[in-house]
Write a protein that binds this ligand. Structure first.
Ligand code: FES
Ligand SMILES: [Fe+2]
Length: 464
């Protein structure tokens, strides 16, 4: 451990001298699952990145043509389309897809376009249940599994061979209740793309979670600016100083390997930032009280008992309170799994957080072909009482252009204030980059996930 980055270390090897995530795990009272013991960071260089990657419409076009058309991407949750015939649309770039459950265990995704003259079969951003897919323009009709079933005035279309007019599909894969699509017919399977992520998440049982809240906002930024704003805890010291009393920011662990299609950071909670003077355990707890990161907790009047740390105590409170609220048993969950930001990133745009109880998920998408606009979405995924019915997923709430995140406080609690702080940066980053001739500079370790994102994009856009 060192703080000054002495010359004896290779680039990327330096770490904060504050307590590490692994040292905090050594103090757990319960057995620590192997997934949390992984700790790796492959250095990918320190070169500056040209700002055209975020601002140039041609680069955005390259990403669309060579990356978004080839990559697995999170389209919806299975609980959005639980019954046969349930559909939802998914938009990326200039395209829309119709994701539909065609049998109890089968989900398909079609290009959302009528094969007659191209009318969208369902309007963008809609969902519902269909017994057939009938185009509103002239009435060409398909069964939900994509077979052309009928159209008016057949006598005028002797050139249509029904078998050649099935709705074109894109690949669909599911994992943990998430439905993914991939436009590339030759793409590797979703299982192979996700690799070890699948066993790593097993413990957290994402299949049995539901979308408790879903908030979206269009932001004047490149989609990558959004991802990058959430991919590191380095900005806490300047952007979110109010959470430093209970956030181990500079000593966050970043797990990155260019061979993987995902990466991870673990930011310990209930532990103070190394940036501020030493605090009493009770003061750390008091600082957490007003910001219920994860819903379902009455966070008030907490007193740390003698001999317990703020972290141990708050984890125990969450085990009890969230466990009671969701009728789940978290007795084998480590403090880390109850409290920490175990934040995974699945390339190219999806952040599922690991851990128990309620979890955050982010998704960032380009807004059409515009490099200066993106759609940011926050999903709160929650456990629910497995003895009762599965709750319906929350509908997406799209915040208006002038609406601040703060209006979503009822849904996402103290996170709203944190997002509002991030919002002040993101559009200014997008504007400022246009004046940044030198290119973007990244920290070797704390911004390694940002570099990983660009590394992966390059893999796609440089592929033959
Ligand atoms: S465009 Fe769909 S039926 Fe004509
Ligand atoms: Fe932030």
């Amino acid at each position: 451990m060192n703080i000054e980055n002495p010359k004896t270390l290779k680039p990327g090897e330096a770490r904060s001298e504050a307590i590490s995530v692994q040292e905090l795990l050594d103090r757990e009272k319960l057995p620590v699952p192997p997934v949390l013991r992984k700790n790796f960071n492959v250095h990918m260089g320190s070169d500056r990145l040209p700002t055209s990657r975020w601002t140039d419409p041609e680069f955005a076009r390259l990403e669309i043509d060579k990356m978004w058309t080839k990559v697995w991407q999170f389209a919806c949750r299975e609980e959005h389309i639980p019954e046969v015939g349930d559909f939802t649309t998914y938009e990326i770039g200039e395209w829309s897809f119709l994701v539909i459950r065609t049998a109890p265990e089968t989900i398909k995704a079609y290009w959302n376009a009528c094969l007659h003259r191209g009318n969208q079969l369902k309007p963008e951003g809609t969902h519902g249940n269909a017994t057939e897919l009938r185009c509103t323009f002239h009435g060409f009709t398909w069964t939900i599994d994509g077979t052309l079933s009928d159209f008016p005035c057949r006598w005028d279309f002797p050139h249509i061979v029904d078998a050649e007019y099935a709705l074109p599909e894109v690949k669909v894969g599911t994992w943990g209740g998430f439905v993914f699509i991939n436009m590339d017919d030759d793409a590797e399977s979703l299982e192979s793309f996700l690799g070890d992520l699948i066993p790593e998440f097993e413990r957290w049982d994402f299949k049995n979670k539901y979308v408790m809240n879903h908030i979206a906002k269009r932001v004047d930024m490149n989609w990558k600016v959004g991802i990058e704003a959430f991919a590191e805890s380095f900005h806490v010291v300047a952007t979110h100083p109010q959470i430093m009393p209970s956030t181990a920011d500079a000593n966050t662990q970043y797990d990155v390997d260019p061979k993987l299609n995902y990466n991870r950071m673990i930011t310990a909670m209930g532990v103070q930032s190394p940036h501020i003077p030493p605090m009493e355990e009770q003061a750390i707890v008091d600082s957490m009280t007003p910001r219920a990161y994860r819903m379902g907790m009455a966070m008030n009047e907490f007193k740390v008992p003698e001999g317990m740390t703020a972290r141990q105590y708050m984890a125990e409170m969450r085990r009890k309170q969230v466990g009671a609220a969701k009728n789940r048993d978290y007795s084998d969950a480590t403090d880390s799994e109850m409290l920490d930001a175990i934040q995974y990133f699945v390339f190219p745009n999806f952040f599922p957080w690991g851990g128990m109880g309620t979890n955050i998920t982010y998704r960032f998408r380009p807004d059409g072909l515009n490099p200066d606009s993106a759609i940011m979405e926050v999903f709160i995924l929650s456990d629910y009482d497995l003895n009762g019915p599965r709750p319906d997923p929350a509908p997406m709430r799209l915040l208006g252009e002038d609406q601040e995140w703060i209006v979503a406080e009822d849904e996402i609690g103290g996170l709203a204030a944190v997002f509002q702080q991030d919002m002040t940066n993101m559009p200014m980053v997008q504007k400022g980059m246009k004046s940044l001739k030198k290119g973007v500079t990244l920290a070797n370790y704390q911004e390694s996930r940002v570099r990983h994102l660009h590394w992966k994009i390059d893999e796609y856009i440089n592929a033959e």
